[in-house]
Write a new protein. Structure first.
Length: 148
């Protein structure tokens, strides 16, 4: 079956946004094999690297907004908020963010730490300190740019 350039562009746009090829196939009704062929033929992977910075900045802004909201509403422990944060983090995982985004995640952790310290709530401080090192190590393993 012949596909229009619009269909190909839509598929590429979804790929650059970080959607999985299986999801794109389901959403657009294009066979998975066709998407894999386009990915190779049109070098989609090289395009995603270019789009990553824009996507990473957008996701970074969403994480910042969510964290600010969590701090303002004191809902840091709310499972729904944590789930949103987790989903945004997974998007960053998929696009292999730049050092800038990696550093931004650490700035967010610093912001949360400052908030926790300002609350002067011993139980919150204890829990945060207990998990902070593990969170930092996880971020380092997932997001740290790989040394050449």
């Amino acid at each position: 079956m012949a596909y229009t350039q619009v269909q190909k562009d839509n598929a590429l746009a979804k790929f650059v946004e970080g959607k999985a090829l299986t999801d794109i196939s389901t959403q657009l009704g294009i066979p998975l094999k066709t998407l894999y062929n386009w990915r190779k033929k049109y070098e989609w992977d090289s395009r995603i690297r270019v789009g990553n910075i824009e996507i990473a900045i957008t996701v970074e802004q969403e994480i910042y907004k969510l964290l600010q909201k969590m701090i303002e509403t004191e809902s840091i422990g709310d499972p729904a908020q944590v789930d949103k944060l987790s989903k945004l983090t997974k998007v960053l995982e998929r696009i292999n963010p730049s050092r800038q985004v990696y550093n931004s995640l650490y700035r967010f952790l610093d912001g949360i730490t400052d908030y926790v310290n300002r609350t002067r709530e011993p139980e919150l401080t204890k829990v945060w300190q207990k998990h902070l090192r593990a969170i930092g190590e996880h971020l380092r393993q997932v997001f740290a740019p790989k040394e050449s």
